[in-house]
Every structure is written in C-alpha cells, then in structure tokens.
Design a protein around this ligand. Structure first.
Ligand SMILES: *[C@@H]1O[C@H](CO)[C@@H](O)[C@H](O)[C@H]1NC(C)=O
Ligand SMILES: *[C@@H]1O[C@H](CO)[C@@H](O)[C@H](O)[C@H]1NC(C)=O
Ligand SMILES: *[C@@H]1O[C@H](CO)[C@@H](O)[C@H](O)[C@H]1NC(C)=O
Ligand SMILES: *[C@@H]1O[C@H](CO)[C@@H](O)[C@H](O)[C@H]1NC(C)=O
Ligand SMILES: *[C@@H]1O[C@H](CO)[C@@H](O)[C@H](O)[C@H]1NC(C)=O
Ligand SMILES: *[C@@H]1O[C@H](CO)[C@@H](O)[C@H](O)[C@H]1NC(C)=O
Ligand SMILES: *[C@@H]1O[C@H](CO)[C@@H](O)[C@H](O)[C@H]1NC(C)=O
Ligand SMILES: *[C@@H]1O[C@H](CO)[C@@H](O)[C@H](O)[C@H]1NC(C)=O
Ligand SMILES: *[C@@H]1O[C@H](CO)[C@@H](O)[C@H](O)[C@H]1NC(C)=O
Ligand SMILES: *[C@@H]1O[C@H](CO)[C@@H](O)[C@H](O)[C@H]1NC(C)=O
Ligand SMILES: *[C@@H]1O[C@H](CO)[C@@H](O)[C@H](O)[C@H]1NC(C)=O
Ligand SMILES: *[C@@H]1O[C@H](CO)[C@@H](O)[C@H](O)[C@H]1NC(C)=O
Length: 733
C-alpha cells in the first residue's frame, strides 16, 4: 500500500537577506545532508524534509475515484515536530461538486525537489542578547486541476487540527479569528496567525506561477481564497524553538549502522521521530511525546538503539522520567506543548506557555520500571550509566524542577507497590483489588478509543501481564541498589509478582462449548454481513480465550472479545506455573493459526479483535473494520506477538525447560503459529511501518484498505512502534 522514494543531498539553505541585520555572521549551511522521503499511500501523498535547522512532514490528500467523498476531500497539511505544530488548509472545487477537484504537488523547476527548506535566521537587534528563533519551514508547488476554494485554514497546533479532522469538525473561534489574510504583490495571498504566546507566527503563502490566476480573497462570513486551475508556490513557516534531531547514525548503535543502507525508509522515518530529549509517537497525528508508545518502542527496538549519554535509549527514558507526576507517581501519557498548551493555560486563566501532561492511562506507569530495568540493570552500558543518569535533575515540567530522575522513578515504583498490595495480600485475590480504569475515564490502556475495550473497566493486558512485569522489574531495580530507601522491595515486589502472575488469568478466561461457538459465529456472520469465507468446520473443540476486560457495557461482566493482547504476557513474562503456561500458549497459538472469524488470522495480518463470540450484538456493532480498535491490524501488535512467541520458544533452550517444550504436539503448534505469523508479516511489508490498517473483500480475497478510507480516523503513515521491525526479525527454531 505504501510505496516510497528517497534521497539525500547536501543542503545550502535559502537565505532571505532582507530579514537579516548582520547576515554575514550567520552560517546557514548544515554539516549533515538533508533527508527527504516520499511515501505514497493513496489518497495520501506524504513528503518528509529534515535538515539541521528543522523537520517537516507534508501530506497532500486528493480523493480517488473510489474514495468516500464525505470523508476524503482535497487537503494540504504541514506538520512540525517542534511544538507539535502544524498548518492545514481544506479545499473544495469552486463548482461545489465534491470529487471534481484533484490536487498534487509538483517538483520545483529550479531544484528538481518537491519540497525545499525555508530557513531565515534572525539576529537580535540588541547586541549581546540571544538571537531570535529563525523562521523555518518548507516551500513547494501545489497544482489544482480546476479552480478551487480554500475553505478552512487552521494554523497552530496539531492538536487543534486533530480536533477538527477527527471529531464533528470542531473549530475554535479564538484560533480561527486570529488568522490574518493579506493580498500581496504578484497575486500572492498570505495567511498568518500569531500564537497565543504572542511570539510565534505561523504563516502560509500562495504565489501563482506559470501564469496561474492571482489568488482572490473572498470576504464572506469567513474569508475564503479562490485559486484558478494551475500551479501555486506555497510557503509554510513558523518561528519557534526547534528540536535537535537524532540522525539515523545517532539513533542506532554502532553494530546496527548497516541498517541505514539496508532499510533507508524505516531508518529515516525513525530518525524523523527521534530527538535528543524525546522520541515522538508518529506522524502526522501524534507528532509528540507519548509514554506508552515510547516505552514499547524502546523495549522492541533496544537491541539496535544507541546507548549511553545523548543516545536514543536515554532520550526515551529521560522524556518519561521528566514527565512523572510527583504527587502520585503517575507516568505521563501525552504531553501538551506549544500553542495548545498556552491555550489550555489561558483557559485556566494562567498566562503561561508551560507544558502540561495527561495522566489518564493506567498502563503507562507499569512500563516505566520495565524499561528502566531493561537498560540500567540488564545492559553493561546502562549499569555504568545508572548513577550519573539517575542523578540528572528534571527541568521539563515546572513542578518537577530540581527533582532527580532517581526520585521520580521512585515515585512511580511507590505508586505501583501501593496499588498492587491489596491483591497480593492473603485472600486479596478479588476482582475489586484488580487495577481499574481511573474514575471518570473511559480509556486507560492502548485500546484507547471509546469502544476499545467494550466499555470494560478492568483491562486484561494491564492486570495479567503489565502488573507482574512491573513488579519483577521493581524487584530487580531494588536488587541492583537503585532504590536505596527501599531495599525491601526486592522481596516484597517478588512476592506480589508471584501472586499477580499466577492468580489473574482466571478472571478473564472465556470458555465456549463447541456447539455454542458454532452458533455464535454463524449469528455473527449474519449480523455483520462478513463477506469472506467462514470456516466453521475448523471449530473442532471448545473455544477458549481471555476477554479484553471485565465489567463491560450492557452489563457484560466479561468483555468476550478475542484479542491479541496475549502478546504482552508472552513478551513481558516468563511464567513458571507450568499447567497455566501450557494452556495459555495453546490458546494463543490457536488464535494466531485460525482464520477470522474463528481466530484472528487474515491475509492482511492478525486482527486485534474478534467479536464473533461476544454474544451481545453490541460487540459486533462496535468492533468493525472501520473502528480504530476494531477488526483491523496494528503493526506493533504483530511485532510484540512475534517477539513474545519467540521469547517463549527461546526458553526451550534454557537450563530450566518449561513443560510445553517437551509436549511435542504443543511445541509444534506454537512453532507453526510463529511461522504463520511471520508469513503474515512478510506478506504485509508494504504497510508494516504505518500505524494501523483495515481491509476490503473484493474478487474473493482480502485486500489492505487504509483505515482513513472509512471514516475520520486516519492512520499515521509512520508510527514509532511500527518501526520496530528494524529489530524484530524472524528467528530459526
Ligand atoms: C558553515 O558550517 C558548515 C557545517 O558546520 C561548515 O562545513 C562550513 O565550513 C561553515 N561555513 C562557514 C563560512 O563558516
Ligand atoms: C552526503 O551525501 C553525499 C552523497 O550522497 C555523501 O557522499 C556524503 O558522505 C554525505 N555526507 C554526510 C555528512 O552524510
Ligand atoms: C462534500 O465534502 C464536504 C467536505 O469534505 C463534506 O463535509 C460533505 O459531506 C461532502 N458532501 C457529499 C455529498 O459527499
Ligand atoms: C480533476 O480531477 C478530477 C478527479 O480525477 C476529475 O473528476 C475532474 O474531471 C478533473 N477536472 C478537470 C477540469 O480536469
Ligand atoms: C518529481 O521528481 C521525482 C524524482 O526526483 C519524480 O520521481 C517525480 O515523478 C516527480 N514528480 C512530478 C510530479 O513530476
Ligand atoms: C518561499 O520560499 C522560497 C524558499 O525559501 C523562497 O525562495 C521564496 O522567496 C519564498 N516566497 C515567499 C513569497 O516568501
Ligand atoms: C466561520 O468560522 C467560524 C469559526 O471561527 C465557524 O464557527 C463558522 O462555522 C464558519 N462559518 C462558515 C460559513 O464557514
Ligand atoms: C498575549 O497577549 C494577550 C493580550 O495582551 C495577553 O492577555 C496574554 O496573556 C498574552 N499571552 C501570554 C502567554 O503571555
Ligand atoms: C512551469 O511551466 C514550465 C513550462 O511549461 C514547466 O516546464 C514547469 O514544470 C512548470 N513549473 C511548475 C512548477 O509547474
Ligand atoms: C498530578 O496529579 C495530581 C492528582 O493526582 C494533580 O492534582 C496534579 O495536577 C498532577 N500534576 C500535574 C503536573 O499535572
Ligand atoms: C549528583 O549531582 C550533584 C550535582 O547536581 C553532585 O553534587 C553529586 O555529587 C552527584 N551525585 C552523584 C552520586 O553523582
Ligand atoms: C503509597 O502509600 C503510602 C502509605 O499509604 C502513602 O503515604 C503514599 O503517599 C503512597 N504513595 C503513592 C505514590 O501513592
């Protein structure tokens, strides 16, 4: 689905001399080559540009003859990692008929490139004071195949743009009314908006070229712009402190440098998302810090990432620690920065640009000890760095200023010890003592869309895998002397972990007798009009799986959705309860092998959810191929599942061989599940680096279809945790 082209050249940045007071003193040449990448993902064309001054991602959308025109319209979007910022403009055909306007980018006739950088350094007039932030961005050529109207421009934060594109087209008057339009010479029109910080100005200019009509401003209820058929140069820029990007060479460790030549697209994409103080979750929609995404990516990518001072591993760890809530030890899910942060502050009557954090998740806390252990205890570089790294003082959140990373890590560990104690206590193994979503929140783990876990309150992945893994990690960190005030955690956390590891699965177990399973699947197929083949004959025994959550909607005590979240337990734990492990692996392998709607397998990948055994029609209605967490494929779940199954198989060559290794039929089944999964992964290489994809059934076969083709939720073309296949490879067993 996604095809790409890329190349690098040494860039001599453009100079706008007029903006300089002492131009000769500013060196505008980058010592490193610029990087460009073109990813075609119809109806989206993606262009990336990075050099030492700035990074930009431009997405141009033009409806295809097959597109749903209510969802897909002509759009030019520019996304910037710095400040999670962006500009979008929506176009319509002047004749008002959807589908009759087609837009595309053209190459520059002078440079031959689709995007060229804008870089205007600005010397402060006051001697001795710091220079102003340069104006940076990109320039390109947009072509309209018929006359077009720019209907809605949004200049500011990616968050503001997402609020418009994902929901019921929300625009904020305070943002929209601040857009200034000006008609300039040569038929050019300029749009600009000064951010809520009163300092940053984002601007977008269109200049007609090659004889295209002048851009015409139309003042109605809202100003719109009219373009003729033809080509216009656009310049999109802003002045805001830029992030310090890690080049592909800097992101990867020495042993993995050859990947840059072997896999240029994913390594350039990884570099686009990697900066000295954080890694970003994806682009364009999640172009900022996300705790879960960073830490899961780190766990899967760690073998190839750079370690030590200024490395990508430490960029992830420090970003997470910087953002811990000192009051209750919660780990930040998503940061709020840039224009959106200032705006949220102003709504609280605080005039400040200070960043903030969202702490609504319950899984993210649990990943922190796991990643800390995986570096600071389990690697030699990490062990040597541990003292200096943990002695770093935080500076990102005002409220954490002056605290050391060691203190912040301990707040989170303390929180985890507190919330896991009750379940681990004698006779404490009750549903009430399991981890619940936070009060008032409908989401709390990775399936964070409204129907993600079927309205459940007690998630499966968090309780059965992430809690015991976090506790084992806390014990290991304590053993290594990293919590000097809590040497007892070695023993206590191990004791808690044993209970959580062995006693939680039972709460989530679903067992459906064969006859009932057959009927449920038949009903599901009728209700959902599932178009593909239904192999009910392969239901030869009772169906067993672990449901997504407890306490679901419609009074469902257990959300009976088969799912891929088994991958967490496979990847994060080495369970030693043999009968439990044997039966867990048996069902996990079964679901990987069985085709949907019996299991999870499909030619386009493993579906993350299967509602066929849900019973209640509400599940078939909410878990669809259009839903973000419905019958769709998430790349990182494929990676964690593959690596998880591999980790269990690897245990068969360790000194303490688990029982399943000598149970020949089961071992063979797990091995075939592993190889089947890898066949699915190999057959879906084209979309592996993207966030999520869906499918259509045509000519008696399943085909990949972008999720964005069905609704307002579009997939990120590149997602950090989907790039983990750089490190996750098929192993021979
Ligand atoms: C500008 O910086 C680049 C990269 O650091 C360097 O190669 C070049 O020599 C510098 N040019 C001048 C005029 O200082
Ligand atoms: C820049 O690209 C050129 C041509 O591809 C290559 O020879 C050179 O080594 C690169 N320079 C750097 C600093 O990567
Ligand atoms: C036309 O496009 C607009 C904007 O994309 C959309 O809101 C509207 O629903 C579309 N109309 C039809 C009939 O598809
Ligand atoms: C522009 O492209 C659209 C979509 O391909 C097409 O329907 C329309 O006829 C084209 N308009 C012109 C003037 O060629
Ligand atoms: C732009 O140039 C690239 C090669 O650099 C080429 O592959 C592409 O087709 C060109 N695009 C257009 C619209 O001509
Ligand atoms: C747009 O940017 C390009 C590249 O920096 C520059 O050559 C051009 O003068 C700019 N146009 C305007 C109107 O600023
Ligand atoms: C004009 O913009 C405002 C937001 O500033 C929006 O609420 C309104 O719907 C727009 N009106 C039209 C006619 O597009
Ligand atoms: C920006 O200026 C406005 C008007 O003077 C003021 O109310 C606001 O507090 C300023 N914003 C910031 C972040 O300083
Ligand atoms: C402008 O027109 C010339 C001559 O037709 C053509 O070669 C060139 O590609 C056009 N430039 C753009 C950016 O469309
Ligand atoms: C930390 O959490 C507490 C409540 O648990 C909340 O009041 C506080 O605002 C949070 N801190 C930050 C920096 O968001
Ligand atoms: C930690 O850093 C402080 C200064 O920030 C320094 O005084 C202290 O010696 C350091 N401690 C260790 C154990 O490195
Ligand atoms: C953990 O529990 C102790 C004792 O109840 C309490 O003092 C402390 O504030 C709690 N810490 C966190 C981070 O929840």
């Amino acid at each position: 689905m996604v095809s790409h082209s890329l190349h690098t050249i040494l860039v001599a940045c453009f100079l706008a001399t007029a903006a300089l007071t002492h131009q000769t003193q500013i060196n505008t040449t980058c010592s490193e080559n610029s990087t460009r990448l073109h990813l075609s993902d119809p109806p989206y064309e993606n262009y990336f540009y990075s050099d030492c001054h700035s990074s930009s991602h431009v997405v141009i959308t033009s409806p295809l003859s097959t597109s749903n025109l209510r969802v897909i319209g002509p759009r030019l979007l520019i996304a910037w990692p710095a400040g999670n910022s962006g500009i979008v403009s929506f176009f319509n055909a002047e004749n008002g008929q959807n589908g009759t306007l087609s837009i595309k980018l053209e190459n520059s006739t002078s440079t031959g490139e689709t995007l060229d950088p804008i870089y205007i350094p600005r010397r402060s007039h006051y001697t001795g004071s710091k220079d102003w932030d340069p104006i940076v961005g990109v320039s390109g050529y947009i072509n309209f195949n018929s006359s077009a109207v720019l209907t809605v421009p949004i200049l500011g934060s990616i968050r503001t743009i997402r609020d418009f594109t994902e929901g019921p087209s929300i625009v904020y008057p305070a943002v929209q009314e601040a857009v200034r339009f000006s008609q300039e010479e040569h038929g050019r029109v300029s749009l600009s908006r000064t951010w809520f910080d009163n300092v940053t100005t984002a601007s977008l200019q269109f200049t007609p070229i090659n004889g295209s009509n002048a851009v015409e401003m139309r003042n109605g209820a809202n100003t719109t712009l009219l373009f003729g058929k033809g080509t216009y140069q656009f310049n999109a820029s802003f002045n805001y402190p830029q992030l310090d990007q890690l080049s592909p060479q800097e992101v990867l460790n020495n042993a993995s440098q050859s990947l840059i030549e072997q896999n240029p697209d994913p390594t350039i994409s990884l570099s686009f998302l990697s900066y000295t103080d954080k890694l970003l979750a994806g682009t364009w929609r999640f172009l900022t810090y996300f705790g879960r995404d960073s830490m899961i990516s780190l766990l899967l990518l760690q073998p190839i990432l750079s370690a030590g001072p200024n490395s990508s591993i430490e960029a992830v760890l420090s970003a997470v620690l910087e953002r811990v809530n000192r009051t209750d030890g919660s780990v930040c899910h998503e940061e709020v920065i840039g224009d959106y942060a200032t705006w949220l502050n102003l709504q609280k009557h605080v005039s400040s640009t200070a960043p903030g954090c969202d702490y609504k998740m319950v899984d993210t806390d649990l990943l922190l000890p796991v990643v800390l252990r995986s570096y600071l205890v389990d690697t030699e570089v990490g062990r040597n760095r541990s003292e200096a790294f943990l002695n770093t003082t935080a500076s990102f959140l005002v409220s954490n200023a002056g605290l050391t990373y060691a203190e912040l890590a301990q707040f989170t560990a303390q929180k985890i010890m507190n919330i896991t104690a009750a379940f681990a206590a004698p006779c404490g193994q009750t549903k009430e003592n399991l981890i619940h979503l936070k009060d008032g929140e409908v989401v709390g783990q990775w399936r964070d869309s409204e129907v993600g876990i079927g309205g459940g309150r007690i998630p499966y992945d968090v309780n059965t895998a992430m809690v015991p893994a976090a506790l084992r990690a806390i014990a290991a960190l304590s053993r290594a002397g990293l919590f000097p005030e809590h040497t007892e955690w070695d023993e206590t956390a191990t004791r808690y972990a044993d209970v959580w590891e062995d006693e939680t699965l039972g709460f989530f177990e679903v067992r459906v007798e064969r006859e009932e399973a057959l009927e449920l699947v038949r009903n599901y197929v009728n209700e959902s009009s599932f178009p593909g083949p239904v192999n009910t004959s392969s239901i030869t025994s009772d169906v067993r799986f672990y449901g997504l959550a407890l306490d679901g909607t419609s009074n469902q005590s257990l959300v009976r959705i088969m799912n891929t979240d088994d991958c967490y337990r496979l990847f994060l734990l080495n369970p030693t309860n043999q009968s439990q492990l044997t039966s867990f692996l048996d069902q996990a392998a079964e679901h990987i092998l069985q085709p949907f709607p019996i299991g999870l397998s499909n030619p386009v990948g493993l579906f993350i959810a299967n509602p066929a055994y849900g019973g209640n029609p509400i599940y078939a209605k909410s878990f669809t191929r259009e839903a973000y967490h419905g019958i769709v494929v998430w790349s990182w779940q494929l990676a964690m599942m593959a690596e998880g199954v591999a980790r269990q198989l690897e245990r068969c060559s360790e000194p303490e061989v688990p029982d399943f290794c000598t149970n020949t039929p089961l071992h063979t089944k797990v091995l075939s599940a592993y190889n089947h999964l890898w066949d699915l992964i190999d057959n879906n290489q084209a979309q592996l680096s993207s966030e999520v994809w869906s499918w259509k059934y045509q000519d008696e076969d399943f085909h990949v279809e972008p999720l964005g083709a069905f609704g307002a939720t579009e997939s990120d073309v590149r997602q950090l945790w989907s790039l983990t296949f750089l490190a996750v490879r098929r192993k021979q067993f």
